[in-house]
Design a protein around this ligand. Structure first.
Ligand SMILES: Cc1cc2nc3c(=O)[nH]c(=O)nc-3n(C[C@H](O)[C@H](O)[C@H](O)COP(=O)(O)OP(=O)(O)OC[C@H]3O[C@@H](n4cnc5c(N)ncnc54)[C@H](O)[C@@H]3O)c2cc1C
Length: 477
């Protein structure tokens, strides 16, 4: 089995019967039929089906030197061609969702590939099992497994001295037994929790407490593991009224661990905060994951730009200078993200193991920029759409006796009434619905706090050449 179909994905997730709670009830029966998950699981399954489409096989399936075939999303690039193939694969999937599913299968598959290509960091270190990452990677590529992940601790005490507070609810290792480590406590967030075969759990960057310095992967139905969902943002279920939330609400959940036994063969490392930190700073996690993220964000910006331009045309506001300036803000965001993505490939380097790693500098800048520009794009769409963003009769009204009047009064400059409402529904769902607001929050935070990310960029930046350059002016005769 090189890659699975959407149906195979759905059947596997339904069979798990993971412990998922929403509105005070445990989900019983197939999760793919639950109203809060139906749309996202269907979209995710369509993303799996794409890789089965004969025309796209060359993009979605990779065959290595040994003749083994697997999903390109798991590919560890050995050449610039491989890296470009990964970008193309991510962007083909993102085109299907408008870039709105941050956790399309290629996201976590890329993370796992990054882990696999960084196992040398764990070799010979205390309490580390690099071979378990290798085995998981082999199994995942074989079975085309799906993953969610969680690393952030509950938002309980974020002060700099929080590590001396021993009353924190953070998941930690409370026992080490013959069977494995025993984990108890909670992790703040897993997007798509309960929608995947497995969950990868690891400590947050800068972990100080040894008992919280771990990484492992377990099946979503592991005993003692519970996913507690937020409220559903799926809208009213109509593809006309809520075109995006109906399809792409990925769900976020708190993850609770009640004395969860993680078998030794599932542990990557434990009780080692030095390795826990090194695994993120020195591994290929950031460059590979960011390359996936920015590839998707480019497509999302294209989607936003298309919607913005359609709004401009539908009410004929193109002649106004501030409208042009705002549209140009989106264009600048798009062209910068595209250029930074390609620059990361231009700066890619082969490591000692022959893995081609994209340049991290441009990618960090791209993701940190997007944390500011995406919320601004959402604001620009609101400003351009104005009252049109709320004056949106539902689909049923167009099919009622007043439908004809409605079509006349709601018509745009270049489109009919129903089509204009459909367009503005799309825009409102993108940037004003609960789903849309979550999208904005997602792009702001999912890869880390923008403030601390800027700090990381600053601290890691090599200023030497620029200082020497500037100094040479001072030294001129
Ligand atoms: C929609 C969404 C989906 C997500 N999905 C996942 C997921 O699937 N898996 C996962 O593990 N995580 C996920 N995350 C979590 C994401 O990684 C965090 O939101 C991010 O790392 C920021 O952490 P926090 O939310 O706990 O914010 P906090 O750290 O609590 O920050 C809150 C505020 O305090 C400020 N602050 C806190 N500490 C400092 C400091 N040291 N210095 C300066 N300012 C500080 C921040 O700037 C911010 O304004 C998701 C987040 C969102 C919003």
């Amino acid at each position: 089995m090189a890659v699975i179909s959407g149906d195979e994905y759905k059947q596997r997730i339904d069979r798990l019967q993971s412990d998922v709670w929403i509105t005070g009830k445990k989900i019983e029966g197939p999760i793919s039929r639950h109203p809060a998950f139906k749309g996202a699981i269907q979209s995710q399954s369509e993303l799996y089906d794409l890789q089965k489409t004969p025309d796209y096989c060359d993009v979605f399936i990779h065959t290595d030197e040994s003749g083994r075939s697997f999903g390109t999303s798991y590919l560890i690039p050995k050449s610039l061609t491989d890296l470009a193939k990964k970008r193309k694969m991510v962007q083909m999937r993102a085109r299907y969702t408008g870039g709105l599913m941050g956790r399309s299968p290629d996201y976590m598959n890329t993370v796992l590939a990054a882990f696999r290509s960084s196992v040398h960091i764990l070799e010979g270190e205390e309490n580390c099992f690099p071979e378990n990452i290798v085995k998981l990677y082999e199994r995942a590529t074989e079975l085309d497994l799906s993953f969610t992940h969680t690393f952030i601790n509950p938002q309980n005490n974020r002060s700099l001295l929080a590590f001396i507070d021993d009353d924190q609810p953070n998941a930690r290792v409370i026992d080490r037994t013959d069977e494995g480590i025993v984990v108890h406590g909670a992790k703040l967030l897993a997007t798509q929790g309960g929608m995947t075969d497995e969950i990868i759990v690891f400590s947050p960057p800068g972990v100080v407490d040894q008992s919280q310095a771990f990484a492992f992967s377990i099946p979503s139905d592991t005993k003692g593991l519970t996913f507690v969902c937020r409220k559903s943002f799926t809208g009213n279920g109509s593809g006309f009224d809520s075109p995006l939330s109906t399809r792409f609400d990925e769900m976020d959940s708190l993850v609770m661990f009640d004395h969860v036994v993680v078998p030794w063969e599932r542990v990557f490392y434990y009780d080692n905060n030095k390795v826990a930190n090194d695994f993120f700073t020195a591994s290929s996690f950031a460059p590979f994951t960011l390359h996936q993220i920015v590839s998707r964000q480019v497509v999302k910006t294209e989607f936003v730009l298309g919607i913005a331009r359609m709004i401009v045309d539908s009410i004929n506001i193109s002649e106004y200078e501030h409208v042009q300036t705002k549209m140009t803000e989106i264009i600048k965001g798009l062209e910068c993200a595209r250029a930074l993505l390609i620059q990361s490939e231009v700066e890619a380097e082969k490591d000692e193991r022959g893995v081609v790693i994209p340049g991290c500098g441009p990618l960090y800048v791209a993701v940190n920029l997007f944390q500011d520009t995406y919320p601004r794009f959402a604001e620009i769409i609101q400003i351009l759409g104005a009252s049109g963003m709320v004056c949106l009769p539902d689909e049923g009204q167009f099919d009622s006796p007043i439908g004809e009047d409605l079509s006349r009064y709601m018509k745009g400059c270049d489109i009919g009434g129903k089509e204009r409402v459909q367009l503005f529904n799309l825009a409102a769902d993108l940037c004003m619905s609960q789903f849309g607001s979550r999208q904005t929050l997602y792009e702001r935070f999912f890869f880390g706090d923008p403030v601390r990310l800027s700090k990381t960029i600053y601290q890691a930046y090599n200023f030497d050449g620029y200082k020497t350059f500037a100094k040479s002016f001072l030294e001129r005769e």
